[in-house]
Design a protein around this ligand. Sequence first.
Ligand code: H79
Length: 709
Amino acid sequence: MISLIRMSEISVSLLSHFKILLSMKKMIPLLVLILSMMACSQPKQKDYLNESPGQKDERMKWWRDAGFGMFIHWGPYAVPAGYYKGEPVPGVGEWIMSSAKIPVAEYEVFARDFNPVDFDADEWVKLAKSAGMKYIVITSKHHDGFCLWDSKVTDYDFAGFTAFKRDPLKELAEACHKEGIVLCFYHSIMDWHHAEAKGESFATYRENYLKPQLKELLTNYGPIGALWFDGEWIEEWTEEQGRDLYNYLRNIQPELIINNRVGKGRDGMQGMNKAGEFVGDFGTPEQEILDVASKLDWEACMTMNDTWGYKKDDHNWKSTRELVFNLVDVVAKGGNYLLNVGPDAQGIIPAESTQRLEAIGEWMKNNHSVVYNSRQWVKYGEGEDVRYTVSKEGRLQATILEMPGGQKTFRYIHPKEGSEVSVLGSDVKLKWLFDEVKGTTVFFPESWNNEENWSDLFAMTLVFDSQQPQVTAPPVISYNDKAGVTKEMFGEKARVELTAVEGARIFYQLNEGPVKVYQSPIEVTQTTTLSVYAQKAGFVASEAVKAEFFHTSAFKELTLNPEPSTNYRANGNLSLFDGERGSDNFKDGKWLGFEGDDVEIIVDLGTVKKIKEIRLSCMQNLGGWIFYPQQLSYELSRDGSTYTTAYTYQHQVTKDDPNGFSEFPAMLKDTQARYIKVNARNVGVCPAWHDGSGGKAWMFIDELMVETR
Ligand code: H79
């Protein structure tokens, strides 16, 4: 699948050019000269950091077309399988060395006992293939440092450390080659086993260990599709080292694809890059899928249960339906789906994983054109249950992820006159009807409306011969002379104006009320969600635009200092009193996150009021480096300049409370004030006992409640 141009091939083709120009007689001495030039001059490192977009497209092609791959996390952590000294260890299996604080010498005992006699490379590769996966990414080395291949620079591998004297990566390389699956390696930059892998000696580890090992992996296992780095967040690793490594690796295999974790671009677990220029070929959202489509290359990696490396107690398996849904969702948004298996210490992939992969494979038999060689359409989907892709042949595919009932309407689709709607894997042709406002309605046979049939179908793909949709531009919502508002607060009432392209009618809906035609500004007197769309004659209706208007009789004004971090800013100030409490998932889009910073909130109630109670919701999630404030105080003032402290919390950070949230309430016996100042002091840096020791600590806040009389 991948074509690698090797040095020898380049010189052959170079020479064949010369042949045309030279007579045979002259050729021999010149040939010698060229060859000796090649031998003498040290091969100059080529710069791959500035390749043209066309060159990148060429190199990325197989990967973009593949859509679906298998992640394999396998290492000595499969031996304890989530247990240490008879106790279950929380967290992902492959992190057990760190989470249970297992000393190197003790962890080495697990490595010594790692004897996967049932490992069968052919079986693994055939399983991936039967699921419809086109590539495999296996952990050549995870953070624990154990090497899954026979490395010349360490004994911390099967050959040097265990009774299992085989080289699984070699066996996998051969099996992949046979089955036409592309082999890729996951490789951890962080290494908990190697004594020099941190601090001052890091350069020694990097130059004499990390790089030579990667060279082995790129030299002895045939063409490698991609290198998938991880553990790049350690402070020793820099963007510059990432760029150097990127070039080093592509000089060995020029066609290699390398993820963005080779450098420092990654913006947290959402995996895409921060603003700016960073090295790496694709973004790596981990355990999450982008909310909307992206034109950048990306790959969502996800587990089927809650661990990457094998844990015998983890039975929290996702349903096949959910996995199919994720696959379609990812592909429609322009990404690849990398789905993980964690084989056990014998080398067996858990039966729950195998069953799911086989079921996905069944679905893929009919629906593979959604995944392979597909492109994004102008819209990635409609609602939660329809995802769009364009097949290689240019046909529009709408994958339906819920049983549709007797009919289903697709707002953006406008089939060509007289064309038919077909269903992947079926001979049936479906009737459709186009309506300028609603879009296209497709009608299904009665017999399809059967929960039982649908339940092993998972998702169904309709194929349209569609015109490019002529979609009306969405209307604009304006309030207080501000156009394009989405979240606003107001005092007594708000006058909201709607505008759209010429000739379009505007429709609006207040909360869940009836849809009305817009004629004059709308008056809002309570907290309201407004949903609007526009439709122009001959065009399909626009998508709906929403705005929320919050009635804030309690607060006149609220200021927040500093701004929350870009990834966790929810709805800014509004998040503090929109009544939407964040969940225990800090990524739920409702929390305000602050990295290393203290936070000050000032509330102006408009007039002096009797204050009964104040509370601020805060979260603690030690695994996510999120701590409760170490100090939280509520101060009150009548005039906005002299404040008196009404309540102070001191909070001692300990390991004992790894996850939780607290409201930090303060009962105030009806104190009179107009202004409230909240000061939340960040822990600053993670304490010495924490995994992130010395790294910036996060503070997460949400709902601020002020009860007045
Ligand atoms: O191999 C699997 C996991 O073991 C590994 N990546 C997947 C593919 C993994 N390592 N660490 N983590 C997952 C979670 C680590 C999160 C954090 Fe961070 C590292 C929190 C702070 C530093 C990510 C990087 C979020 C901020 C920076």
